[in-house]
Every structure is written in structure tokens, then in C-alpha cells.
Design a protein around this ligand. Sequence first.
Ligand code: GFB
Length: 317
Amino acid sequence: MRNTDKILLAGASGLVGSALKRRLDDDGLVNILCPSHAELDMSDNRAVADYFDVHKPVYVFLAAAKVGGILANNTYPADYIYENLMIQNAVIHQSYVHKVKKLLFLGSSCIYPKHCPQPMKEEDLLSGTLEPTNEPYAIAKISGIELCWAYNRQYGTRFIPVMPPNLFGPNDNFDLETSHVLPALLRKFHEARSANRKTVTVWGTGEPRREFLYVDDLADACLFLMNLEDTAVPYMDRPLFNIGTGEDISIRGLAEMIKDITGYQGEIVYDRTKPDGTPQKILNISKISNLGWRAGIPLQQGIRQTYKWFLKHKDYI
Ligand code: GFB
């Protein structure tokens, strides 16, 4: 990408989109389109077509999506499949129609089977049944991958699907009902310390293991992939890239770490009426590692940075 190329950041205000924006700004890219939801409903194919007609983006980062934690996915399955299908259908199709040079589609590690051998390789896609709590979301994301592959094969487009693990960082959702575990625990431990509460409740058994990636590392990987030579990406042969750290931690371990970072002194209790979800999710990252990319921000450091952001913004989010 050249500094003046027109880049559409679909989902620019979210966790991933805002990290991409920070990174593109830092790199001196000056022609970035960041339409707000009020300006452009990404799930409206007609509106997306009109937007592409007027603005003519050359590169597209498709980070717009309906995302949420285990409980939100389980409670609103229709919203998760419908909204994601609509957004990706519109943006991927219009990127083809308007001859976008490259598109990067953000998926999620929940596309892999519930009992996938760990760490999960790109080739494990569709090799087993999905985790029921996020099956509708996962099927939408799998459809997005297939859409990228189908357009590449039929129309010669350069669309790259990428699969990150559980992401976290500035601009995350800290709502206790709909968020992912890491921001939820930061908020719970912080509020318990401030209110001198004796216990903090962590959902499930604490046994599941997850891989967490700081969102600025994801942005770095996305630019790395977008800037790869065409010969490095098998566009005609189902390109797919896992992006991660290659390390996981139990929810119990994460809770202890966040307890320590927030300085909370009380007890942790586990609410076993809440679902655990997939027992383990860790990505095999050898494909992207072999191309020369590595994550740079250790988990503890990323959590400290996120906590700092939360403390600064907690009254407005
Ligand atoms: O992050 P999380 O909601 O999503 O939950 P998933 C991860 C684990 O943390 C689960 C436990 O075992 C939760 O039960 N957990 C403990 C908590 N305390 C809490 C809490 O206070 N809040 C939350 N949210 N969890 C999502 C998928 O799965 O991950 C999506 O539903 C997506 O589709 C996303 O793929 C990355 O990792 O289980």
C-alpha cells in the first residue's frame, strides 16, 4: 500500500478498526475512509454500493462485525448470524464489483471445531462440529471465508481471510453482559477493589483455555499480510492465515493475573451455572511465523495497557 492509496476501514470505531486506524496513521497513510455507522450501514448492500461508487476505495479492511462474548453469542444467535452475513456479503461483493485491489476479512478462531486438535491449523476448518454457544456467529464467519475464496477463484480477486484468537485492548466492549472475558474481568476486579467487595465472580469452571492477542499486534499482522507480495499468498488456493501469539492461559490463570494487576485483595468464586464454551482455543501460527511475523506485546503488558485505557475512559463507556 502506498501512503496516498485510498483505504476503507469498515468498522473503524470498534476494537479492531480503531487499532488499524492508529497503525495506519502512525505509518503515514493519509487517505483513510472511516465511515461511522450513521454515515454508512455496512449491512445495507445498496448503501455500500453507493459509498463505493462515490469514494472508490483501493484497499479494504473488513473489521465491521457484530461481536460479543459467550453469553451474548448464546443469547442473540439470530443477530450474530444475520448481521454478520449481511455486512460481509455487502462489503465483499462491492469490493469485487468496484475492483478493490486487496481486501482483508477479519474472522475468529471460533470457526474451528469445538474439539479441534490443539493448536488449531488452518487446514482444520470444517473438520468437525462447532461449539454450540457460538455456532451461528462461526457459520457466518466461515461463510465469509468461503466468499473470499469463491470470488478469488471465480473472479481473480485478492481477498485474504485472517483468523485471530480472543482479542483485547483499547476501545474494547466493557459491558458485563455482552463483553468477552478479559475486559469483563478487568472491570469486575476494578469495581470490586473500589467498592471493597469480598468476592469477584468468574463465569464457568475457570478450566477453559484461551489465547489472547493484544489488538495492536493484530493490526501489525494485518498490515504485514496486506503488504505481502502477491506470490506469497495463494489467492487461488484457499488462502487463510491464523494470527496469534501461540500461547494460551486458563481462565483461572487469567483471573489471577487480572486480580494482581488491578490490586484486588479478595476471593475469586466460580459461577458454574454459566457456560465454559470450547475447552481450549489455541492457534497454530506456523504459517504466518514462517513468513516472518511475530506478536510483540506480552499478555501482562497488554493487560496493563488496557487497564490504563479503561481507567481513563471508564466514566464514558
Ligand atoms: O471471552 P468469552 O466470552 O468467549 O469467554 P469465548 C471465554 C471464557 O471465559 C468462557 C469465561 O469459558 C467464559 O465462561 N468467563 C469467565 C467469562 N468470566 C467471564 C465473564 O465475566 N465474561 C465473559 N464473557 N466470559 C467467544 C465467542 O467465545 O469468543 C465468539 O462466543 C468469539 O464467537 C470470541 O469467537 C472470540 O472465547 O468462549
